[in-house]
Write a protein that binds this ligand. Sequence first.
Ligand code: NAI
Ligand code: MG
Length: 357
Amino acid sequence: MMKTYKVAVIPGDGIGPEVLAEGIKVLKEVAKLDGTFSFDFVTFPWGCEYYLKHGKMMDDAGMECLQEFDAIYLGAVGYPGVPDHISLWDLLLRIRKGFDQYINLRPIQLLKGAPCPLNGVQPGQIDMLVVRENSEGEYAGAGDWLFKGKPEEVVLQTGVFSRKGTERVIRYAYELARKTGKTLTSISKANALNYSMVFWDQVFVEVSKEYPDVKTYSYLVDAASMFFVKDPGRFQIVVTSNLFGDILTDLGAAITGGMGLAAGANLNPERKYPSMFEPIHGSAPDIAGKAIANPIASIWSVSQMLDFFGQEEWGKIVLTAIEQVLVKNECLTPDLDGKAKTNEVGDAVVSAICAMK
Ligand code: NAI
Ligand code: MG
């Protein structure tokens, strides 16, 4: 019987719609070549332009609506004129939190043909998978703003690290390390953050008892940032908190070819709710509407989606196709020093996929 994956598409703002179109093109081609599954795409017009018209980032019944889908494919949100904390909290974070997508999985992998700003680093020498806590921590939204505008003004931003939340992300990373036979590195900051990160480190050691087969390392986040640049090869599976993961994965993107190549998956591993797949870049207002946005990050995120659906073979084919397009170096967007248009890169990836099958 034909399996149909229901995918909610939220193109969002700026280059979001431009790059998602190419990911959808790839998914359609994959389904056609495979023949045993298909995709049912439903597009939702939510984002900042929607906000400017309706006073909200998404429909009131938006979450109930999305609940019905197997996955969400998100472009980017953000638009000059709409404060970033509104666009982020009322759409992206609402989905991440509401659907308990507590794992943010970000591959930091230097593909062949991708530009690397580090001297002497070869493809294959950067190959990590960052597991970022995605539901609480420094981004829990807890705090207070007292005496606003007065001389005694005080703001508090509280990190929230629950035992459940900390344990589950760490355990997920151990499982991944065991499954792949890779090392696991925890990145924290217990010397300065004397409650949250001492607790984090403690949980990391506690859970390690269940995984004696996994080789572990523990780094302070400042030292880890240095090693991301000086010796990225020492990291394989990495687990870290929400804020540290946010920053480290942008650094990771920078050392593996830039924002145009960086993808991320927001997973609810129990599959009680839909998971969300997205390029990690924003809406790039500076290049929006010019058809020159790099769609590779967006295509990489459909490779992650295929993996999540259990179609790992296809996930790998899509990633290999991306790599071939990079190596060929004939059809790349201006951020990679090429002259190609967004849709031409999508077409090139599709051709590479077809040539493999
Ligand atoms: P950005 O990622 O949109 O752009 C940063 C720089 O990278 C720009 O020069 C842009 O042209 C370039 N760039 C990004 N993606 C690219 C691509 N696919 N191809 C070629 N070049 C690319 O980050 P920025 O400028 O800080 O934010 C712009 C807006 O996006 C803001 O409103 C921000 O809040 C929002 N944003 C949304 C995110 C999301 O929806 N997940 C993530 C980050 C930012
Ligand atoms: Mg970020």
